[in-house]
Ligand binder design. Structure first.
Ligand code: NI
Length: 171
């Protein structure tokens, strides 16, 4: 078990595009395990590899409720094939933008295709929280953060807050 440090805004790696995985090997399985450990420890319901500074297209999620048994998911090279026209507004947060939550509007249903840890191709239709979480985590693989969907005013306020905190940490 290895808990890795989670990168926080304004770390530039959160804005970079992650690379596809060629093969699901022991390194990828170990990475996925570390990501799940890190996510559960945070605690969070989703984590993308760039959030621990690994620029690979891997996402982990677990949307089980507190009274349910854990349901870890590992999505390798995930790709959204279809978005619904219908949208939904959900309050989102992000482990890389701690302690803040904002409403975000996204398509309410999606179809996602990914490779699992056994190397199988999976096609999954998702709605509600799962659809929102998949979209949020996949955005991380392209350097997109949920605050990018907020009004410019709100987003600038968030960015400034973290820029200031980073300066304080250095100075
Ligand atoms: Ni996030």
């Amino acid at each position: 078990m290895a808990i890795r440090p989670i990168l926080v805004l304004p770390d530039a790696r959160l804005r970079a595009v992650a690379d596809p995985i060629d093969a699901v090997d022991d390194d990828i399985r170990a990475l996925a395990k570390d990501m799940l450990d890190t996510m559960y420890d945070a605690p969070g319901i989703g984590l993308a590899a760039p959030q621990i500074g690994v620029m690979k297209r891997v996402v982990v999620m677990d949307l089980a409720k507190e009274d349910e048994k854990p349901a870890p998911m590992v999505l390798i090279n995930p790709e959204i094939l279809k978005f619904s026209d219908e949208t939904t507004i959900t309050e989102e947060g992000c482990l890389s933008i701690p302690e803040l939550y904002y409403d975000v509007e996204r398509p309410s249903e999606i179809t996602v295709r990914y490779t699992d840890l056994d190397g199988q191709t999976i096609e999954l239709e998702a709605k509600d929280r799962l659809a929102v979480c998949v979209q949020h985590e996949l955005d991380h693989l392209d350097g997109v953060l949920y605050i990018d969907y907020l009004s410019r005013l709100k987003r600038d306020r968030v960015v400034k807050k973290f820029d200031k905190a980073a300066k304080r940490a250095v100075g």
